[in-house]
Design a protein around this ligand. Structure first.
Ligand SMILES: NC(=O)c1ccc[n+]([C@@H]2O[C@H](COP(=O)([O-])OP(=O)(O)OC[C@H]3O[C@@H](n4cnc5c(N)ncnc54)[C@H](OP(=O)(O)O)[C@@H]3O)[C@@H](O)[C@H]2O)c1
Length: 293
């Protein structure tokens, strides 16, 4: 299995003294990012919902010598997101790195308690709230890395549409939420002094848990792709470890470009919608209003 820190050319980098929180680190890409940061010497808090898996990752991190604790919070509930921020802020002196990795795809449309469509709520609104609640403990040289997706390129964002599940399409909703991740990082430097924010595409990981709510035929394709060796897919299919390279690079590597979107450990141009500064500003205002409502 490819080690993310090796794929990101960071092996040997010393992150001791760095404190990180990786959301959605109970499995998939987030688990590999958390372990990579731990191997580089960082102290890493682990977030997710599955307590057994989260405790196991925290235990693996402690075995590496890291200070680590598992924090449970369901991102469908903004009160739990606020509680997570409080608990993390109460435990660390400063949070050098926040990796907003938790994410989900839902095949069926549902409104969350916020009145926002569930995919947008979990994938955008929750990390928006978590990040803004943690800003007091993220130092000026800290980093906020949000795991978006290249599928943002297929998406458009109509803020009126995210409070409705009429004509819901799971893949459209997912792409729209990932576009919001890109726009969040883009707007961040205009709203926040100090920490650097970036978004990234990790890779295509058919073996991750992301597809658990997808239609049966999609799950069958993903299962089949999961067993094909990466070299036979011309590098298109990633393992969770190879997909963790770019978020690990952004969390622990050379200072990234503030507001930028990355693929394969390098700056990449997002879609036209992902470069829409008016939309990014409106999304920020809209999100701030929503989490205060
Ligand atoms: N897989 C891909 O091909 C791909 C491609 C591009 C981008 N991405 C992005 O990469 C990130 C990681 O995805 P992955 O592929 O590693 O998927 P994954 O294996 O399903 O991992 C998702 C993580 O998010 C957590 N999570 C999901 N729903 C949550 C909720 N309601 N509240 C709190 N935590 C929640 C899960 O925790 P629990 O299981 O403990 O609930 C899990 O730790 C996501 O942001 C995804 O959009 C993935």
């Amino acid at each position: 299995m490819v080690r993310p820190e090796v794929a990101a050319s960071l092996a040997g980098r010393d992150c001791s003294g760095t404190t990180a929180l990786v959301t959605g680190a109970t499995g998939g890409v987030g688990r590999e990012v958390a372990l990579a940061l731990g191997r580089l010497g960082a102290d890493v808090s682990v977030h997710g919902r599955d307590r057994d898996s989260g405790e196991a990752v925290a235990s693996d991190l402690r075995a590496l010598g890291a200070d680590s604790q598992f924090f449970s919070a369901d991102f469908r509930d903004l009160a739990q997101v606020r509680g997570l921020a409080e608990r993390v802020a109460g435990r660390v002196d400063g949070l050098d790195v926040l990796v907003n990795n938790a994410g989900a795809h839902f095949d069926d449309g549902e409104l969350a308690d916020s009145g926002v469509e569930r995919t947008f709520h979990v994938n955008h609104l929750a990390p928006f709230l978590l990040t803004t609640e943690l800003l007091d403990v993220i130092p000026d040289d800290g980093r906020v890395v949000t795991v978006a997706s290249a599928v943002h390129r297929r998406a458009s964002l109509d803020l009126d549409a995210v409070t409705s599940v009429d004509d819901y399409d799971g893949f459209d909703a997912y792409g729209r939420s990932k576009l919001a991740n890109v726009l969040f990082a883009r707007e961040f430097p205009r709203r926040v002094d100090g920490p650097t924010a970036v978004a990234c595409h990790p890779g295509f990981v058919p073996s991750s848990g992301l597809w658990r709510n997808a239609p049966l035929r999609v799950r069958a394709v993903m299962r089949a792709l999961s067993v094909v060796p990466r070299r036979l897919t011309f590098g298109v299919v990633d393992s969770p470890g190879s997909a963790a390279a770019t978020p690990t690079y952004l969390a622990a590597g050379p200072a990234p470009e503030d507001g930028a979107y990355y693929e394969d450990c390098a700056v990449a141009e997002p879609s036209a919608a992902g470069r829409d500064d008016d939309l990014a500003a409106r999304l920020w205002e809209w999100s701030a209003d929503r989490v205060d409502a």
